[in-house]
Design a protein around this ligand. Structure first.
Ligand SMILES: *[C@@H]1O[C@H](CO)[C@@H](O)[C@H](O)[C@H]1NC(C)=O
Ligand SMILES: *[C@@H]1O[C@H](CO)[C@@H](O)[C@H](O)[C@H]1NC(C)=O
Ligand SMILES: *[C@@H]1O[C@H](CO)[C@@H](O)[C@H](O)[C@H]1NC(C)=O
Ligand SMILES: *[C@@H]1O[C@H](CO)[C@@H](O)[C@H](O)[C@H]1NC(C)=O
Length: 295
């Protein structure tokens, strides 16, 4: 005599055919939050679907480094400060006091410029400018001195920049300026052969160029999407990679729109999911529940 198949049996069979191991549910970390010693928290994300949508694909974790990706290249992330909302990056192709390298522009996307622009205490140093450079003429007012320093101070103490006045007694013109100058006028228009950048300029009073902090500090804004609520409920903030709607990632089988408390789950994510994916997820979720009850 045959028993009619019970719903439970059907679920278990389905689970067995879908996955040999029906309990991957116990792994809770859906988003990597560490890359080569640097903590990657909201709004940043390493895996697609993690972090804030606006920051999608901005970071790239390689085997040895964390990179900030821009249209002009990948820049090594040195640190991220989640209290001050700043990230410092370093352009390996940039000149510094100790190394002279051909210039290349530092370009950001419009979104990057809007949500993670260079901080006000990051100064771009244009060196060896031609006398026709706009910053020596019409746009002279874009140049300034910071913390008692003028840009021609760099020509003598820095091994890399001494070459600029080897053949003449005077130093070629230079300019300390803000990121906007570099953004709106490329290095070719600026007509300066080299550049470097320095951050934390407010605290460099009385300190010589050899000891300045070379690199770029970016100030990021954290989108107000209700992430705190999700984190408090034990979730990780992310977004649906197809609909781009915000998600609270609760476990590998459940995403919610806002928080991981009972009652607000949307199993299978947003409605854009194909029926089969949603069905699979539903079956897995129900099956997992049943297995737990049984065990
Ligand atoms: C990540 O950055 C490295 C180093 O620049 C690059 O080689 C690699 O292609 C990048 N990966 C992705 C997915 O963009
Ligand atoms: C400085 O700039 C001039 C053009 O204004 C250029 O010919 C020269 O090669 C530059 N010096 C160095 C060391 O690159
Ligand atoms: C910066 O300082 C130098 C040297 O002290 C001075 O000659 C120059 O006029 C100053 N530039 C600005 C824009 O204040
Ligand atoms: C939850 O969202 C993440 C990120 O979009 C996605 O990778 C994952 O498949 C989703 N899980 C479910 C069950 O929908």
């Amino acid at each position: 005599m045959q028993f009619p198949p019970t719903p439970l049996l059907i679920f278990n069979l389905l689970i067995l055919t879908l996955h040999l191991n029906p309990l991957p549910i116990l792994s809770l970390s859906l988003c990597r939050n560490l890359c080569n010693g640097i903590t990657v928290n909201y709004p940043f994300g390493l895996d697609d679907g993690c972090g804030a949508l606006q920051y999608r694909k901005m970071l790239n974790c390689s085997a040895t480094d964390l990179f900030f990706q821009t249209p002009s290249g990948n820049y090594k992330v040195q640190s991220i400060d989640y209290d001050k909302n700043t990230m410092t990056i370093y352009d390996p192709a940039m000149s510094t006091c100790s190394i002279l390298q051909p210039h290349h522009d530092f370009l950001m996307t419009d979104i990057q410029y809007a949500i993670i622009p260079p901080s006000p205490d990051t100064v771009f140093v244009l060196l060896n400018c031609s006398i026709d450079s706009p910053v020596l003429n019409h746009y002279r007012s874009l140049c300034f001195n910071f913390s008692g320093h003028s840009c021609d101070e760099l020509y003598s103490p820095c091994n890399a920049f001494r070459v600029f006045h080897l053949f003449s007694n005077s130093s070629p013109p230079c300019c300390f300026t803000g990121y906007n100058t570099v953004k709106f006028m490329s290095m070719n228009i600026l007509d300066c052969s080299h550049y470097t950048s320095v951050y934390n300029t407010d605290s460099l009073k009385g300190i010589g160029p050899l000891d300045w902090t070379y690199g770029i500090k970016l100030s990021f804004s954290v989108p107000d999407t209700g992430c705190e609520r999700c984190v408090k409920s034990g979730g990780t903030c992310g977004f649906d990679t197809e609909t781009e709607g915000m998600l609270c990632l609760c476990s590998s089988y459940m995403n919610s729109t806002r928080e991981c408390a009972a009652g607000s789950f949307t199993v299978g994510g947003a409605p854009s999911h194909t029926p089969s994916t949603s069905f699979q997820t539903l079956v897995l979720a129900l099956g997992a529940l049943l297995s737990m009850i049984l065990l």
